[in-house]
Structures are given as C-alpha cells and as structure tokens.
Write a protein that binds this ligand. Structure first.
Ligand SMILES: [Zn+2]
Ligand SMILES: [Zn+2]
Length: 283
C-alpha cells in the first residue's frame, strides 16, 4: 500500500526556483517555452489557434502556471490536442495528474518509459556520487518514483510520427532514461531534446538558479546509462539542428548550438560523464 500511495506528485513541493521561472520565450512563431521553477515545458502550435501540443508537464504544482500560459497563448479554456513526454522524471511529469484532471487529452511516451508512468517501475535513485556542485546534494532528495496514469498514457506510434504534430518525428535517445525521446522537425531543423543534453549545467546550483547558458550533457544525478547517453548526443549532433529547446536552461540557437553541441558530442567523456558515480564501475 505504502508503495502505491507514493505513485503521485500531487503533494510534492520542491523549494527550488531559477531566475527564469515563470518566464516564457517564443523561440519560433509556433514554439513557446515556459520555464517552471527549474524545468521547461514546450507548447507547439500557432498562437490563438486551437491546435497545439504540450511537451512535458513541468514541476509538481506547476499546473496553474501552465494553464495560465496556455489560456494566454491559445485562448481562455483551450486545451492541447495531446501531451507528449520526453521522459517520466518528476520534473517533467510533476503537474501532469492535475492537468489531466482538467484536460481530457491523450498522453504519449516511448513504450520503454510506460512502466514508469503506469506504476510498475520506479527510476533508480539519484546519483549522489556524481560530483560538480550542489544540485547532486539536493538531488539526493529528488523523488525517483514513477506515477500511475493508468490507461491515459499510450506508446508513441512505431513509425516515428508524433501524434498531433505533423512534420515532426520522435527519436529514441536513451541513456538519461531507457525510454527517453527527442522530437525533431526536419523542415527548420528544430530539436526538442528533453534531457538528452541540456542548456544549463544542471550540477551547479548557482548556474541552475541563474540559468547561465551553457551546453551540458544530461543531468548527472539521474543518468544511469552513460554509453547510451553518449550515443544519443552523437546522433542528435549528426542532425545538425538549427534550434534546440532542452529540458533545462535557455533555448540554444544557430551557430552557438552547432558549435557547442559538436564540442559536447566530440568530448562527451570528459564533459558529461561524472568521474564518480554509483552507476559507473570505478577504475
Ligand atoms: Zn530527466
Ligand atoms: Zn529534467
């Protein structure tokens, strides 16, 4: 019973807020990024049209903030056609249950992520050994349990298409979690990368709170398969994207993105993989 009652973030509050919390950025005319505390959610669709998708669901307790942004951008009382999850970590599904109380919309995730979203599996515990600043110390207290959406979540189509997002395809980018995905639009080279790589060094509390822009590998404290994580970054770099929105930090654009993502992909071992980790065999 105890285990079961834990499969929710309805009563979770994480007292951690960055300088850009509550800030929204229109990266392109149909892509709007909202920062909730320390994590981004993305709204894909043209403003004032009732045809948009929410990507990820923010921190616990962020539902009011997300709904407010949706009402402002798409009109009072509008709701997305679907919610797509890059993965199921608490900071990406935190407000999902409350949103689904108000919005009767389908949720999609990679089939390997579904067990964490249907109460069957918990994520491994945060990597308290991963060095580099204060967030890993705090991350010790980050919840790693899954949630139980029951039949409200379904697997993404096997053909790579993204429901309600024509022109986009999903790419399996495991490593940070087994069923982590990124979304890519070929037409303008737009990448929604989730936590495959991020735009702020997530291990530094100072940088997280100030949102200093700095490309970085996946957040260390929750990444368990570093070999897969590296392959995922290499694959995303090969797309040579023009724009990237990631789970954490400011959007990364054009020359800066191309240069920095290439550096990260070529130097992943040194730049991304922690020297100490509970998920790495120590030499
Ligand atoms: Zn994550
Ligand atoms: Zn995250």
């Amino acid at each position: 019973m105890e285990h079961k009652s834990k499969q929710t973030f309805r009563h979770t509050y994480i007292p951690l807020t960055s300088s850009t919390s509550g800030m929204g950025i229109e990266v392109k005319e149909d892509i709007y990024v909202l920062n909730t505390q320390i994590v981004n959610v993305t709204l894909a669709g043209l403003p004032n049209q009732d045809n948009f998708v929410l990507i990820d669901a923010g921190m616990p307790k962020a539902d009011d903030e997300i709904i407010e942004a949706v009402n402002k951008r798409f009109g009072e009382g509008s709701m997305p056609k679907a919610i797509i999850l890059t993965h199921g970590h608490f900071d990406h599904v935190g407000a999902l249950e409350e949103l689904l109380d108000k919005w009767d919309v389908p949720v999609y995730a990679h089939e390997l992520e579904i067990p964490y979203l249907t109460g069957q599996k918990n994520y491994p515990e945060p990597d308290y050994k991963a060095e580099g600043g204060l967030v890993p110390d705090i991350a010790r207290f980050f919840p790693n349990h899954g949630i139980d959406l029951g039949n409200k979540v379904q697997p993404l189509p096997a053909d790579g298409s993204v429901p309600e997002m024509p022109g986009w395809r999903w790419i399996h980018t495991p490593g940070h979690t087994p069923g982590h995905i990124s979304l890519y639009r070929e037409e303008d080279g737009f990448l929604i990368a989730g936590d495959a790589f991020v735009g702020v060094k997530q291990e530094s509390l100072y940088k997280v709170l100030t949102q200093k822009q700095e490309i970085s590998g996946p957040p260390r404290y929750f990444t368990t398969d570093w070999k897969a994580a590296k392959d995922s970054v290499i694959r995303l770099n090969q797309l040579n994207p023009n724009f990237a929105v990631t789970g954490h930090g400011l959007p990364l654009l054009e020359e800066y993105l191309k240069k920095e993502l290439n550096i990260l992909a070529s130097n992943f071992d040194e730049m991304a993989i922690p020297k100490h980790s509970i998920y790495k065999e120590e030499e």
